[in-house]
Design a protein around this ligand. Structure first.
Ligand code: NAP
Length: 250
């Protein structure tokens, strides 16, 4: 059994992780920590992997504290830029932490991660690519981090393949062509009834490819979280892992 601690356990994601850990046959809950509780309770003596879903302002300190205590971490909290990742990487490279792993994934939905991966593979073969991200109207930010990640992945693949700018003869003063991220147009829809959806459209003369990911509820993230927990607990990785593309690759 893999002993899993959850940090941010009373939150929407944290409480869903608690249920997933309790339900899975190969994991058991070792500790739950929320705001105001002492993270030092989580140690390698009681926990194989800590799962962290809190708030961007607390996440880096939580992860550094856990690493310092000798604990492996799977991180789902958003807001991880290259500066934050570099701080964790630097600590993991110290001799006393060489056997530890931190896995950061801004989106644990397997469909979204694969959509990104497939989009990066497809990008070099198409003249045009655009992204439509669709979310429930209570989402605070537009655009979604996932859509931005996809846009960067497409842009990098196009750069690597030596492709130039996409054909776009449109004049628009009204912002109706969406946000342009490294040359990739990203459109945001906010609609009651939706949860988290992304469509990546590729076009060539006479053909089109559409890659679509649909996440209907928070359960969509749990398979990815448990997969990450199992991989980290296996001891196969002793480094900082980030679902591709990492901010460093952009
Ligand atoms: P939430 O419902 O607000 O939960 C956050 C929890 O963390 C709350 O219980 C909060 O307590 C607690 N917390 C705050 N500071 C803490 C600290 N220093 N130590 C321990 N616990 C602390 O938010 P959520 O919807 O679960 O989302 C959590 C994070 O996951 C967000 O960054 C969100 O964007 C991200 N997310 C990631 C994925 C993914 O696939 N990677 C998917 C969905 C969401 P208080 O409320 O008392 O402050």
């Amino acid at each position: 059994m893999i002993a899993v601690a959850v940090v941010g356990a009373k939150g929407r994601m944290g409480s869903t992780v608690v249920d997933a850990v309790n339900d899975a046959e190969d994991t058991r809950l070792s500790h739950t920590i929320d705001h105001g509780q002492d993270i030092a309770q989580i140690t390698p003596g009681n926990t194989d992997v800590a799962v962290e879903f809190t708030v961007p302002s607390a996440s880096l300190d939580n992860v550094l504290a856990l690493v310092d205590q000798g604990v492996n971490v799977v991180v789902g909290t958003t807001g991880w830029d290259e500066d934050r990742l570099a701080k964790v990487r630097e600590v993991l490279e110290r001799p006393e932490h060489r056997n530890q792993c931190v896995f950061v994934a801004p989106n644990f939905a397997i469909s979204a991660v694969l959509a990104d991966h497939f989009a990066a593979q497809a990008a070099r073969y198409f003249e045009s690519a655009e992204i439509i991200e669709m979310h429930h109207p209570d989402k605070i930010y537009a655009h979604s981090g996932t859509a931005l990640n996809t846009a960067h992945a497409i842009a990098k693949a196009r750069r690597d393949a030596g492709l130039g700018a996409m054909p776009d003869g449109t004049r628009s003063d009204a912002g109706s062509r969406g946000q342009v991220v490294e040359g990739v147009h990203v459109h945001a829809v906010r609609l009651r009834g939706l949860n988290a959806h992304e469509e990546i459209l590729f076009g060539n003369p006479g053909e089109q490819l559409v890659i679509r990911s649909d996440c209907f509820d928070r359960g969509s993230f749990m398979q990815g979280v448990l997969l990450a927990v199992r991989q980290v607990a296996s001891g196969r990785y002793t480094c900082l892992l980030y679902t591709s593309p990492s901010p460093r690759d952009r």
